[in-house]
Design a binder for this molecule. Structure first.
Ligand code: FAQ
Length: 311
């Protein structure tokens, strides 16, 4: 019966086993994974837009090549995670429709604009850096297909972070105007990056269940702190300052204490009212509409192939 199955499922999780698509799982576990994985896939796809915006304006051929490769990787990550989500019995078209209608969430961070070339460096450094902190842990998540996707994706995120940090280091060692440009980008991206880790633990309704089932292995605040501790010394190394007057090292906890996050801003952006939410959704809808002929052609081809096979 249901409660015996649940006990068996939880015992497997407690023993550190991974759950695979054909294994029994509670409906809530399946639902939570579909929610989280589809939001993650959408984030990768929408996340292509702010950086894609700079491909034609990259300052050199080499910068352009690595930026194209990064954005292309993000498309791959999105498709890979959509495939993972499909192992839970949902149709990708349904998930994409929810993104396009504005019903589905994706990471708040991608609703901010990329105003200068320095933003591309800072996104790689901060946003991919934050993604690595979050996803390294997800590589040990209890659901097998998601964990395996994260292992591969983290390898690519490391390259993304390095290309970003290298851009930042170059600008930070450059002319006064370049230094100013990179500092301005750091000032604008720091707080939104901290928001990527989600609401503080006391306001995180999903954390309890996700931690119990080892989908998550650390809380939002724990991972946010880990990111801050990793990033402050990197900022010092390239001589840029982080826009937080309250930032200070606490020897007792061996951690960098930081100031208050503006949670009103966070929720405004999550609910669709950030600086670029409308623009991002419009761009995704335009791309989807313009791709209609490709989907129609693929379907016609598949139908023709099936009818030949039947003949
Ligand atoms: N933005 O109860 P919790 C990338 C929502 S990295 C928007 O704490 P949970 C790589 C949350 O969904 C970015 N919404 O939720 C890249 C929930 O709403 P719901 C993607 C947010 O799941 C780099 C509500 O608030 N990474 O793409 C955000 O326990 C560079 C309550 O929150 C992932 O998705 C937010 N920041 O913890 C690409 C990682 N935070 O659904 C291009 C996988 C929270 O109940 C360029 N996901 N919400 O209506 C996770 O680790 C978790 O889902 C969290 C949220 C930590 C994001």
């Amino acid at each position: 019966d249901e409660s015996a199955r649940l006990a068996e499922f939880e015992a497997r999780i407690a023993a550190g086993e991974t759950i695979e698509p054909k294994d029994w799982m509670p409906e809530r576990y399946r639902k939570q994974l579909v929610r989280m994985m589809s939001q993650h896939a959408h984030s990768e796809i929408v996340g292509m837009l702010p950086e894609g915006n700079w491909i034609t304006r990259a300052p050199s051929l080499r910068r352009k090549m690595s930026l194209i490769a990064k954005v292309q990787d993000e498309a791959g990550h999105g498709l890979y995670i959509y495939c993972g989500t499909e192992t839970l019995g949902v149709d990708r078209a349904e998930l994409v429709a929810e993104l396009l209608s504005g019903k589905a969430k994706y990471s708040s961070i991608f609703n901010y604009p990329t105003l200068t070339w320095a933003d591309i460096g800072v996104i790689g450094w901060f946003v991919d850096g934050a993604a690595i902190v979050n996803q390294t842990v997800l590589a040990k998540t209890s659901y097998g297909p998601y964990a395996r996707a994260m292992i591969r994706i983290c390898k690519e995120e490391n390259f993304h972070k390095r290309q970003g940090f290298e851009i930042v280091a170059t600008l930070a060692a450059g002319t006064p105007a370049q230094r100013e440009m990179v500092q301005d980008a750091v000032n604008r991206w720091w707080w939104p990056t901290l928001m990527m880790f989600g609401p503080s633990d006391k306001d995180s309704p999903n954390s309890g269940e996700l931690l119990r089932w080892r989908v998550k292995r650390f809380t939002n605040d724990e991972l946010r702190q880990r990111f801050v501790n990793l990033t402050v010394p990197q900022a010092q190394a390239v001589n840029v300052s982080l826009p937080d007057p309250e930032l200070r090292y606490d020897a007792a906890s061996e951690s960098w204490v930081f100031g208050q996050i503006d949670w009103d801003e966070f929720w405004r952006v999550v609910k669709g009212d950030g600086p670029c939410n409308r623009e991002r959704l419009a761009a995704r809808n335009k791309a989807h509409d313009e791709g209609a002929w490709v989907r129609a052609a693929a379907e016609a081809y598949a139908a023709k192939r099936d009818s030949r096979r039947d003949a």
